[in-house]
Design a protein around this ligand. Structure first.
Ligand SMILES: [Zn+2]
Length: 355
């Protein structure tokens, strides 16, 4: 990871990019990507894509999602407390005592998720945080003051936590899901440019919006681009941390390499290409299986345009959808390597049909 790439990652991670409000993150992504692409486009809902070698009949997509989970202001009480609903799979259990940024027309308003002190509870029927009982305090005396500060129903709220590195090995922060993916696809474009590699097809570097609420940005952009192949990158659970059940979730370990998923939406011949590429280049990888859907943008691409051969590469992630998501640097590097080598191994017009 060189200095400019690390600076990009840090800036990209520390920026807030809630579902539906991804524009500032997309601008940071694009700013880094621009030197390595020939053209770029923006769709009506904010998905951004860069194209390398545009205009070729065969189109390959590498894709990540740009959005992060957040909350919406849903109700402001007369005494000035803010009640929320989810925007994506935000975790109510981790909310109490977290500092937040409320994104308002007047700029960021700071707040905290409050919680009753331990002294005031009796222990045996302590409330657990739920979406109904968590609340934000912005230090206002009443509802009018909250509104005066710029907060209205529909403002989005993100946690304040920023990016750090643990033990020189682990990236830690909010929304590594899926900014690491955006980082990886941008790196692939950069490396192709650095190598002056000539692709025999058009490569689309796609950063989709609205994944966290149901793969919506990917659905839109799959229709727009109509690619021949899609390689999706997302995160998956490191299942070897406390309280998780590897027998149920599969055994995935951070640091052991990218995860390749078997699922009906994953086109098997394309998957085989990734596996043989990994083996040929000594890139470690792990296997996982998903019944029915993968829950990632892979599903959105796979079932569009008469079936787009799609594949999923995942970065093992600890503590998904918390503010301390953790990913191993080696896994990120190996995902980039695997994507890069796979892209290079694809031939223009290549068919992945089973027979
Ligand atoms: Zn997610």
């Amino acid at each position: 990871m060189n200095e400019s790439s690390f600076a990009f990652l840090e800036k990209y991670l520390n920026n807030a990019s809630p579902t539906g409000y991804e524009a500032s993150g997309q601008q940071i992504f694009l700013e880094f990507l621009k030197p390595y692409i020939d053209e770029w486009h923006l769709d009506n809902y904010g998905t951004v894509y860069g194209v390398v070698n545009p205009g070729m009949p065969y189109k390959v997509v590498i894709e990540a999602h740009a959005d992060e989970i957040s909350w919406y202001v849903n109700y402001i009480s007369e005494d000035g407390f803010i009640h929320v609903i989810r925007n994506g799979g935000s975790d109510h259990l981790i909310a109490p005592s977290k500092k937040v940024n409320i994104h308002t027309p007047k700029g960021i308003v700071k707040g905290v998720f409050g919680w009753p002190a331990i002294h005031t509870r009796n222990g045996k029927d302590d409330p657990s945080p739920t979406i109904e009982n968590i609340f934000i305090d912005v230090g206002a005396k009443d509802k009018d003051e909250v509104i005066e500060m710029g907060v209205h129903v529909g403002c989005v709220i993100t946690f304040e936590d920023t990016f750090s590195v643990l033990n020189e090995k682990y990236l830690v922060g909010r929304a590594l899901d899926n900014r690491l993916g955006g980082y990886c696809i941008a790196q692939v474009a950069k490396m192709l440019k650095d190598e002056k590699y000539n692709l025999p097809f058009s490569l689309y570097i796609v950063n989709s919006v609205q994944e966290e609420i149901g793969l919506r940005g990917a659905e839109m952009i799959a229709d727009t681009i109509k690619p021949d192949i899609a390689i999706i990158i997302d995160v998956t659970h490191d299942t070897l941390t406390p309280l998780l059940k590897p027998k149920k979730l599969g055994s995935i370990k951070s640091g052991d390499g990218p995860v390749l998923t078997y699922a009906p939406a994953v086109q098997r011949n394309l998957l085989e290409l990734l596996i043989s590429t990994a083996e040929q280049h000594n890139i470690p990888f792990q296997r996982s299986a998903s019944s029915r859907s993968t829950g990632t943008d892979t599903d959105a691409f796979a079932y569009k345009n008469g079936g787009i051969p799609s594949v999923l590469i995942s970065i093992p992630l600890r503590y998904m959808h918390t503010t301390v998501e953790m990913a191993h640097k080696d896994d990120v590097e190996n995902v980039i390597k695997l994507m890069l080598e796979t892209v290079k191994s694809i031939q223009a017009g290549q068919s992945f049909k089973y027979f």
